[in-house]
Design a protein around this ligand. Sequence first.
Ligand code: SAJ
Length: 428
Amino acid sequence: MEFKHICVVGLGYIGLPTAATFASSGIRVTGVDNNLEVIKSLLNGKVHIFEPGLQEIVTKVLKSGMMQFSEKPVEADAFIISVPTPFYGEKKADLRFVRSAAEAILPVLNKGNLVILESTSPPLTTRDVVLPILEKSGLKAGKDFKLAYSPERVLPGQILRELVENARVIGGIDEISAKAGKDLYSVFVKGEIILTDATTSEMVKIMENTYRDVNIAIANEFSRLADRFGVDVWEAIEIANRHPRVKILQPGPGVGGHCISVDPWFLVEAAPDLTKLIHTARVVNDTQPELVVKSIERILNGVKSKKITLLGLAYKPDVDDLRESPAVEIAIHLTKIGADVYAFEPYKTNFNLDGVKMSQSMEEAISDCECLILLVKHTQFLAMDPVIISKMTPAKNVFDTVNGWNRKAWEESGFKYFKLGDGKSNPE
Ligand code: SAJ
């Protein structure tokens, strides 16, 4: 199948890089988003999210005329749905955006079109949710239009490279649909393209993120055990990982982001009787921020009215994404128990968090506090020199929750150094 013009519905962290990559590979793209502010900003050439290289590629495709924007889908050869699938209250998948994207495509769906769902979705969504909506057009899936599920699997911070290089799974509602999907993504994907059915590819996506979540949970549990037994978990993991079949991940303040902390719930919701391990892993990772707060309380002998500076609020290093971030949760929790919280997030200095004093610079953030808490391994924080920092802050304590700093260097500069999971500084 040949594609001259495609429509990408949803211009967020995945949709926009995907749209821009297609456009820079010679396919005309209409990027669709129902958020007028997003469209306005893009029409002015300004990308609304931070992802390395994204602004440059968007500027390039706007200049070449290969990318346009619209509030609604327009007629095209193919449609890609890349809208968010958040969860609501009871950790249930919220498919409202997927449904409304499919509804929005209905009026412009034509015979011969291909529709691809990319949003992470519970098993059976393509077949039982998207297909019936599209068939309201009077066209038959498989016979009149093709339909497939192809999950994005790219790592924030490396999206543009991984979009091209990663293997891509395409699950069709039939073989012709999967094959059409392959024709489309072959335009830029250099990794292997694996064809399967729609439900398998939905499962693959959630299994990948669930696998990672469970593995991070065991690292966090090891860190709790290490603190109890007086062992440095970071050293223990490093040694264990020399075993040829062991690859333990890193403990930390918790698991955030819009993927790993969300997707496993889709399986728990779909089959609660079969997901005891997955559910427990989620609970372990979700209680990690609370554990960090308890440690801070111990280190400072209570936090009421104490000035505490949090370094980093993003969900992981060198990204501007604060969704589901454990660092944000820690900030909120600390304010609730009466701490005087200052925070510096270099990737989102304009972020507002009730009760938290957001600093515009490192200098401002640390100039008047008792304790520095490292919550995210942003490159900028790893480069902090304790000798210089000791002249910029009255703080005497530092708490490193990510193994980002060197104990000796901080202690030699006069700080009391505490680290999550090192078995010394964080006794229960
Ligand atoms: N984290 C740890 N310890 C670790 C690794 C990560 O605590 O050893 C934490 C991070 O700090 C962060 C969270 O886990 O808070 C998730 O970060 P991540 O880098 O593991 O993953 P994401 O959410 O940025 O991206 C994941 C990736 N999935 C897998 O690696 C299986 C990515 O490939 C997916 O495309 C993405 O989810 C997605 O969109 O689903």
